[in-house]
Ligand binder design. Sequence first.
Ligand SMILES: [Zn+2]
Length: 257
Amino acid sequence: MTNMTDNINAVDASQLLWLDELSTIEVAKIVKQGIVIILPIGSVEEHGEHLPLCTDSIQPEYVALEVARQTGCKVAPPFRYGIVNAGRNFSGSITLQFNTLFNVVKDILSELTRNGFNRIIVLSGHAGSSHMVALKLAAQQVIQQNGEKNGKQTTRIMVLSDYDFAEELNKELADPNDGHAGTIETARVMDIRPDLIKTKGIPSHYKMPRFEIVLHPEHYFPSGVHGDPTTATAKKGQKINNHVITQVIKLVQELQT
Ligand SMILES: [Zn+2]
């Protein structure tokens, strides 16, 4: 007869990258070490005919896992929904209301801090302006409500889109006007999940009205693309992903000081 303990072959907690792969006992131990937590946020959004709806989810999740591998930080379970404005009428896009995203992210951040994690990076793959505002306001409310003890700030949260770093390579690797589902995003997905690249993609650029709130934004970019996906390569994608990883590692180190 096999003893129960013979089947126990658990990996050392320090090797695990996802926070929720740890046990409650393991979490209680690492909380005391003041480690950084990365919370990846994605979206369910059209990305042209060539990329999957999860494009904005798999980019920050990949970066977060690599950063965790190299720094020892942990990755919180991702939240794969966001506010999708321009692409909302394309098949498959799912958008949250502003207050929904704000409340969900505020709850997750506030629960992480209640557990004792007070160094957090919110890393979004989607970079829409109202989406980013919801994330920033949620973080701000959490640090205002539970981020201070005896006049000292005890909780630090960074909020960014990984696209902030990816687009730094626009000049070198893409068109300066590259954007949604263009060269940069296509190249990154080619590096991360080449099996999800559906077609070569259709190059196009959209020009939305400057001030008008339109009912059918998709009429301004019927292909769902802003940029040229046909110039993307996996090699470019690897270069961009490595750049983003290096920059996020610097943020982890900044939070550890
Ligand atoms: Zn995207």
